[in-house]
Design a protein around this ligand. Structure first.
Ligand code: ADP
Ligand code: GN1
Ligand code: MG
Length: 361
C-alpha cells in the first residue's frame, strides 16, 4: 500500500489524541518498521507501523514495551535523572495498537523534541555518551523480572541458529546468487567455530541472562543538543539476553569510520579511539554489576555481533531480500561486505581492544 497523507491521517485518527494534523512524513533510517513524524497543531507525534511479518507477537511485544517503560519511568523519577521514556498513546478502543483494514499494526509515541539520532559517531564525546547511555539501560534493567518478558524474536542473537540459517541459505540458493559470492561465504564459514563462544559461555552458566536491548545501534539513542543521551528507543527487541549483545552491537555501529552499507571498503575501519571512549562510558555504568567473565569477553562480543550481522545480511541476500528493507537488489551484499571489512579491522586490532577493557575494568 502506498502511504499517503490521507490514509496515514486516517490511521492516526484511531488514537485518542485531540489535535489537528498538519503534516505527516517518513522519518528515520530504520531497516524494519515504517516510521512517520506527525506534525499537529499542539505538538508532534511519531506514528509507526510495526513489521508484523518479523514481530509475530505484537501483543506480547507491546506488553514488554509497556512493562519496561513503566519500570524505567519510576526509576528515572526516583533518581531525578534527565533520561526520558517513550510515551505511548492509546487508541479509541483503549489499546496501544491499532490494527488497520489490511491487518497492519500501528502505534503512536510522543515525539521527543530537540533530540537527534546519528548513524555514525562524529567524535569520542558522542561515543562516551553512547556507552554511558546503553550502560545505564543495562544497569537500570538489571533487577527487572526477565521471566515476565516474551521473546519477541526467538533466537535473535543465537549463534547456532544464525549460522544454521546462513548455511541453509547457501545450500538452498533460492535467489541463485550463491555462486557469485563464494569467496565471502568461505571466509565466513572459516570462522564458524570461533563465533559460537558467547553462546557456549551462556550454556555453561558462566555469563548470566539479563534484560538486554538487543538492537543497540547508534541511532537507537536520542541525544540532546548538548550531546547527552536522553532516551533509549526502539525497544521491540528488549528481551532476555547477554550483555555482550548490547556491547557488541553498539561497538559495531559507534566505531565504524564508514557507513553500515559503504561500498567504498577502504573507508571502513574500527576506530580504536571511539571504541575506547564507548567502553569507558559503558563500564562507568556497568562495571559493578558485570561478572569477570562478562567483562573478559566484551571485546570478543564486538567481533561476534559484527560477524552475526555479516551473515544476517548475506543470508538475506541469498534468500532474495526478504527481511531487510533494500534500496537495490545488491544492497544486502554491499552491507555484508561492509560488515565483513569492519570485522577484519576488528580482528587486526583485537589485542588492543582487549587491553582497553582490562585497563578500564
Ligand atoms: P526502526 O525499528 O525502524 O529502527 P525506530 O523506533 O528506531 O524504528 O525509529 C526510527 C527513527 O525515528 C529513530 O532512529 C529516531 O531517529 C526516530 N525516533 C524514534 N522514536 C522517536 C521519538 N519518540 N521521538 C523522536 N524521534 C524518534
Ligand atoms: C535492524 O530496526 P533497526 O534498523 O533498528 C535489525 C537489527 C540489525 C539492524 C542492522 C528487528 O534494526 O537487528 O542489527 O537492522 N532489527 C531487527 O542495521 O532485525
Ligand atoms: Mg531503530
Amino acid at each position: 500500500m502506498e502511504y499517503t497523507r490521507q490514509n496515514l491521517s486516517a490511521i492516526f485518527s484511531n488514537f485518542r489524541i485531540e489535535d489537528e494534523v498538519l503534516d505527516i512524513h517518513p522519518f528515520g533510517s530504520g531497516h524494519i518498521n515504517d516510521t512517520f513524524k506527525v506534525a499537529a497543531q499542539n505538538k508532534n507525534y511519531l506514528l509507526q507501523r510495526i513489521n508484523h511479518s518479523i514481530f509475530k507477537n505484537v501483543e506480547g511485544l507491546t506488553k514488554n514495551l509497556v512493562g519496561i517503560t513503566n519500570f524505567l519511568e519510576e526509576k528515572i523519577a526516583s533518581e531525578e535523572s534527565q533520561m526520558q521514556v517513550l510515551y505511548s498513546y492509546k487508541t479509541n478502543k483503549d489499546k496501544f495498537i491499532h490494527i488497520d483494514q489490511d491487518g497492519k499494526y500501528w502505534r503512536v509515541f510522543d515525539f521527543i523534541e530537540n533530540a537527534y539520532s546519528f548513524d555514525r559517531a562524529e567524535n569520542a564525546d558522542i561515543a562516551f555518551e553512547g556507552g554511558h547511555t546503553f550502560g545505564w539501560f543495562v544497569r537500570m534493567l538489571s533487577d527487572y523480572p526477565a521471566g515476565t518478558l516474551i521473546e519477541t524474536i526467538p533466537d535473535f542473537h543465537n549463534a547456532d541458529y544464525r549460522i544454521k540459517a546462513f548455511k541453509k541459505s547457501v545450500l538452498d540458493n533460492k535467489a541463485g546468487r550463491a555462486g557469485s559470492v563464494k569467496p565471502i561465504i568461505d571466509e565466513l564459514l572459516m570462522r564458524v567455530e570461533e563465533m559460537t563462544l558467547i553462546h557456549q559461555l551462556g550454556k555453561e552458566g558462566k555469563i548470566p541472562v539479563r534484560v538486554t536491548h538487543n538492537d543497540t545501534k547508534i541511532n537507537n539513542i536520542l541525544f540532546n543538543e548538548g550531546g547527552k543521551g536522553i532516551c533509549v528507543i526502539d525497544l521491540d527487541t528488549v528481551m532476555p539476553g547477554y550483555v555482550h549483545f548490547d556491547f557488541g552491537d553498539a561497538i559495531r555501529t559507534f566505531t565504524n569510520t564508514g557507513d553500515e552499507d559503504d561500498d567504498e571498503l577502504d573507508k571502513i575501519s574500527m576506530d580504536i579511539n571511539l571504541y575506547k571512549a564507548f567502553t569507558k562510558g559503558f563500564l562507568s555504568e556497568t562495571k559493578n554489576i558485570l561478572n569477570p567473565a562478562e567483562i573478559e569477553f566484551l571485546a570478543f562480543s564486538a567481533k561476534y555481533i559484527t560477524y552475526e550481522q555479516t551473515i544476517r545480511f548475506l543470508t538475506d541476500f541469498l534468500n532474495g531480500d526478504i527481511y531487510y528493507k533494500v534500496k537495490s537488489p545488491g544492497h544486502n551484499l554491499i552491507r555484508a561486505k561492509a560488515q565483513f571489512a569492519l570485522l577484519e579491522s576488528m580482528e587486526g586490532q583485537y589485542e588492543e581492544m582487549q587491553r582497553a577493557i582490562r585497563e578500564r575494568a
